[in-house]
Design a protein around this ligand. Structure first.
Ligand code: TUI
Length: 309
């Protein structure tokens, strides 16, 4: 089953990297791909020309396949979708929305399309639209999330689609890898553990905060605005949640978070910034290379799976 995804994507190990905004830039993507996984450039809210530059820089660092994550809330998503084709990218993942309108263009260009979904209905819709696989992302994940857990979402999607299912949300070691495979997944996507990779350009303060994080250190902001985002608790989340409870308007809440992720990732402001991370942050305890991370997850995961059959 694991071979389905490795063959589909031309990679060695069934591990893909999350398309994390500001974090998933060319160096991280190339490092994950060089280590045998699938690295991704997270287009997030970047202008199309920046995405093109990032793709070109990644190509200089690796001859292995890598992909681009298109974040569908980006007003520039359409232009980014075209840049991906122009640059000959072979794999696209999408997040935070429905990518149906871009699917025909991508399929025609031979791009493998892997939408990130948070529900069974969306997984079915994506399969019908021609998706090559789906990432089933549980609400343990960092950033923008749905409401089902990985444990419940993955098997329910596996049961109703024929395309490979990649599990995401709460996976950061061999146990999570093995558990995902037991649920019927064909591969895993990890974000949080790659944030602290040696090749990740994330500010040291962010990495330290994540490494120090405990099991219940994350909060979900934006439940009331319809954009729930999982982040590590700090001054910003306390203010945000207080305002949200008081019934603050969408605009007021937006003001508090605007640029907050950049502030944390680039400037290292982990007090006022948005420190997005998954619930598994408590398990992530050291900075390692992407190669060490992938080897640890796959070797321990495969060992566990072997001992169970
Ligand atoms: O996309 C993510 N995680 C993200 S995107 C992001 S950037 C951002 N920043 C501020 C506000 C909003 C986004 C940070 N983290 N994960 C994949 C994911 N996709 N999780 C959930 C979904 C999803 C949700 C609804 C996918 C499809 C969907 O469909 C709704 C519909 O019917 O259109």
């Amino acid at each position: 089953m694991r071979q389905e995804v490795t063959e589909l994507l031309g990679i060695r190990y069934p591990v893909i990297q999350g398309g994390m905004a500001w974090v998933a830039e060319h160096r991280l993507a190339a490092a994950v791909s060089n280590a045998g996984g699938l690295g991704l450039i997270g287009a997030a809210s970047a202008p199309p020309e920046i995405v093109r530059e990032e793709i070109r820089k990644a190509k200089e660092l690796t001859d292995k396949p890598f992909g681009v994550n298109v974040m569908l809330l980006n007003p520039n998503a359409e232009e980014v979708a075209k840049v991906v084709v122009e640059e000959g990218i072979k794999v696209v993942t999408t997040g935070a929305g429905n990518p149906s309108k871009f699917m025909p263009m991508w399929k025609e260009a031979g791009v493998k399309v892997i939408p990130v979904v948070a529900s069974v209905a969306m997984a079915k819709l994506m399969e019908r639209g021609g998706a090559d696989a789906v990432v089933a992302e549980g609400m343990e994940a960092g950033g923008h999330i749905g409401s089902a857990t990985t444990m419940t979402l993955v098997p329910q999607i596996v049961d109703v689609v024929k395309i490979p299912v990649i599990a995401a949300g709460g996976i950061a070691d061999g146990r999570g890898y093995a558990a995902a495979m037991m649920l019927g997944a064909s591969a895993v996507q990890m974000g949080t553990r790659f944030i602290v990779a040696k090749e990740s350009i994330v500010h040291e303060n962010y990495k330290e905060r994540l490494i120090k994080a405990k099991d219940i250190d994350s909060e979900v902001t934006g439940m009331s605005t319809g954009h729930p985002i999982r982040v590590l608790r700090n001054k910003m989340t306390r203010e945000y949640l207080k305002l949200e409870k008081e019934g603050a308007s969408f605009e007021e809440l937006e003001m508090l978070t605007l640029g907050a992720l950049r502030k944390a990732v680039v400037e290292g402001d982990v007090v006022q910034g948005s420190v997005m991370a998954g619930q598994i942050a408590g398990l992530v305890s050291k900075e390692e290379t992407c190669e060490e991370i992938i080897r640890d997850v796959v070797e321990n995961g495969e060992q566990l799976l072997k001992s169970w059959v």
